[in-house]
Design a protein around this ligand. Structure first.
Ligand SMILES: [Zn+2]
Length: 464
């Protein structure tokens, strides 16, 4: 029997299966470790996930692909760029399927084996689905994965090669989670969705234990937030170490979200935003309605931490920065931690002598499609900024002949109409545009010379 507590009404529930909903109020349940047992706990054996078995929910089986025990990388070159003395990256890309979720899969699959489940189900933005698929493959369990419309290609490839049944449901993962909850109720399959299985937080808190063993407790611990469960996992891990008398210090937790999708940061800062369609290229943290938002806010509040936003552009620059200086290819979601750190250093919120750990949750190789999209967008953004009015007019004429008033409107009425006619007259005199009259209107057309000039401009821009 395990003991769970409702995160809303605090009632206690005992169950064999990791239950996720409170029977009285429907709130999410959290696993309550037996702190008496914890006091006698010790870290045993090799430096891997299972070293912390005593502090995890009890399981008889041990499903493992040698997860955990990941390096804590001292990021000296990156720290120098940020004018920081001690920066560490917890490199979870080194796990068997290249993300931190392998810890959760190891525990959940062990638990499913204990309870004789033949099928596991999860809703996922990518990493958990990729990971659970691999562990299910190894232990002969059928895996049913529900993904939203947008999933990183590399993660989808993992789910496919490990032979999971893949179902697309929902625009964002929020819809997929609802579907997984319903389907598990109907079928009796093992629920492995991170937001719906309290053991996931337990598995992930081992990251905090490892950091404490590798370095100690840092002043700041920076984590990106999707559903909010990951930052809470770290916080819970550190608090338990304190409970066990293994540390007196606790870190200040910094939670990072993308500007285009920031429900937890908005909650924390008590900002009410109009509901717009959430969007970010950091798909791993694209969650519209985070189920664990309260836990995330609790971790930030209790630790006197911070909630902070990073734009996709800042995240992309950070991803390149980590790779360029440290040789680590991080996925966009986790690169947000460095984007946030850069801001906090810029504002001197984090001091030069403070110690900082950033959690690198997964590998950038899983999300190269995102990189491609971003680099393309960046290129067009640069070109866009350099457009001169004459060039803009030529490009419009390339789409089709037009008369002056039409062009003036298409230019967004940002200048006088006579200025537009002045440009057209100059373009004509240089042989880049020609004009003719039809239906009482004077139309302008692109000449062959004009077309060649446009082509030349494009070629130069590609070189630049
Ligand atoms: Zn409740």
């Amino acid at each position: 029997m395990s003991v769970f507590q409702c995160t809303d009404c605090e009632s206690i529930v005992e169950a064999t299966l990791p239950k996720h909903r409170c029977p009285s109020c429907g709130g999410l349940l959290e696993y309550k470790p037996n702190y008496e047992r914890l006091k006698e706990a010790s870290f045993k054996g090799d430096f891997t996930f299972w070293r912390y078995r005593d502090l995890l929910p009890k399981v008889r089986n041990t499903a493992t692909m040698r997860e955990g025990g990941t390096p804590l990388h001292k990021a000296e070159r990156l720290a120098k760029e940020l004018d920081l003395n001690r920066l560490y990256l917890k490199d979870e890309t080194r796990n068997p399927t290249n993300s931190f979720r392998d810890r959760a899969s190891a525990l959940l699959v062990s638990n499913a084996l204990d309870l004789d489940f033949a099928t596991m189900i999860c809703a996922t933005n990518g990493n958990l689905g990729a990971s659970l698929s691999a562990y299910c493959a190894k232990y002969g369990i059928a895996c049913h994965v529900i993904i939203p419309e947008l999933v990183d290609m590399g993660k989808l490839a993992q789910m496919m090669i490990y032979d999971s049944a893949i179902e697309e449901y929902g625009e964002t993962v929020d819809g997929s989670i609802e579907r997984a909850e319903k389907l598990a109720e109907e079928t009796g399959w093992y629920q492995a969705t991170p937001e719906l299985n309290p053991f996931v937080i337990e598995a992930q808190k081992t990251i905090a234990y490892e950091v404490a063993e590798q370095f100690g407790v840092p002043d700041w611990f920076i984590v990106s937030m999707g559903s909010g469960g990951t930052i809470y996992s770290m916080w819970k891990g550190f608090k338990e170490l304190q409970e066990l008398g293994m540390t007196k210090k606790l870190p200040r937790m910094v939670g990072v979200q993308a500007e285009g999708c920031s429900p937890i940061v908005d909650d924390y800062l008590k900002i009410k935003k109009k509901s717009i369609r959430p969007t970010t290229h950091a798909i791993a943290i694209l969650v519209a309605n985070p189920l664990q938002r309260r836990l995330a806010v609790q971790a930030i509040r209790e630790s006197r931490g911070l909630a902070i936003l990073a734009s996709d552009q800042e995240i992309f620059v950070a991803e390149h920065g980590i790779a360029r200086t440290e040789g680590i290819f991080a996925e966009p979601a986790s690169s947000g931690t460095i984007a946030a750190l850069k801001k906090l250093r810029g504002e001197s919120v984090i001091g030069k002598d403070d110690t900082v750990v950033c959690l690198i949750t997964g590998s950038g190789l899983k999300a190269t499609d995102v990189l491609q999209a971003l680099s393309k967008k960046r290129k067009t953004a640069v070109v866009g900024a350099e457009f001169s009015t004459k060039e803009k007019i030529l490009r419009m004429l390339k789409q089709g002949d037009a008369y002056g008033y039409e062009l003036w409107k298409a230019l967004g009425k940002t200048m006088t109409r006579s200025a537009v006619y002045q440009h057209l007259s100059e373009l004509s005199s240089r042989g880049l545009a020609s004009s003719y009259t039809e239906g009482g209107r004077r139309y302008f057309a692109l000449t062959r010379r004009g077309r060649r000039v446009l082509q030349a401009i494009d070629e130069i821009k590609v070189i630049l």
